[in-house]
Ligand binder design. Structure first.
Ligand SMILES: Nc1ncnc2c1ncn2[C@@H]1O[C@H](COP(=O)(O)OP(=O)(O)OP(=O)(O)O)[C@@H](O)[C@H]1O
Length: 240
């Protein structure tokens, strides 16, 4: 396993946002985390990445207990995280944004090589010198992914990466993720069920802070519990 959680829990005041989650992510998998709004997905991933301190439980990365490691130390171990809301530096150029991320792992002349390589991979090589804030929204999301890849992560966590993307951009995103999966394990919080069903090898469904179901896309699509969580059990919500 590249990543495991055991009994991972977070309470905000009286609210149990995440409760006793045991989660396992094998190396090389594309894994989707889905669930209704407020199910606890972002909180769970926040505890995995080190942005949120758990109330109870443990996080293991490549066999090491990292529960108490700060986020920047987890990055150095090979975790990269892109946010739900774009987090690019609007006044810096595309290349400068990538350089900030690349310097976490590369040095000197290597940084320029990493910039060229990752911008090529996400399809933004022509945008290198443009101010990031001037990019179209979909391109800003791709830039964020480029910043993630530039850290050469072993685990890449993407929080709602296709939100706000146009249909054509989503096609490009799927190709990009399949390509990235050759070298990194991918954990994807995603609301677009078509993307989830096409990309994910396995899916974990959360509801009310707990894991409701886990399985292949076929198993999740067929699960009555999952259908109930999404639509009161009346339809095949998980299919689309
Ligand atoms: N900092 C916080 N303080 C208090 N409550 C919070 C905080 N962060 C999240 N919550 C609550 O915890 C619960 C889980 O939220 P979380 O954002 O993890 O869900 P989610 O599954 O990611 O939802 P969405 O799909 O809408 O992003 C929600 O009820 C939310 O209101």
């Amino acid at each position: 396993m590249l990543l495991s959680t055991r009994g991972l829990s977070k309470q905000f005041a009286g609210l149990r946002a995440v409760e006793g989650v045991d989660f396992d992510l094998p190396k090389g998998e594309i894994h989707a985390l889905i669930g209704p709004n407020g199910a606890g997905k972002t909180t769970l991933v926040g505890m995995i990445s080190g942005r949120i301190a758990p109330t109870a439980g443990r996080v293991l990365f490549d066999g090491q207990d990292i529960t108490r490691l700060p986020a920047h130390r987890r990055m150095r171990l090979g975790m990269a995280y892109t946010f739900q809301i774009t987090s690019v530096f609007a006044r810096l150029s595309v290349a400068e944004n990538v350089a900030l991320a690349a310097r976490r792992r590369a040095h000197g002349g290597q940084v320029n090589a990493v910039i060229d390589e990752v911008l090529e991979r996400v399809g933004l090589p022509d945008r290198k010198d443009q101010e990031a804030g001037d990019l179209a929204y979909g391109h800003q999301r791709l830039l964020e992914i480029a910043m993630g890849i530039a850290q050469r992560p072993r685990l890449l966590i993407l929080d709602e990466p296709t939100q706000g993307l146009a249909e054509g951009e989503i096609e490009g995103f799927k190709i990009l993720i399949r390509d990235l999966a050759q070298e990194a394990t991918i954990l994807l919080i995603e609301h677009n069920m078509h993307v989830v069903m096409e990309l994910a090898g396995r899916i974990t469904v959360m509801n009310f802070g707990a894991v409701l179901a886990e399985g292949t896309p076929e198993q999740i699509r067929a699960s009555r519990e999952v259908q109930a969580a999404y639509l009161g059990g009346t339809s095949d919500a998980a299919a689309g």
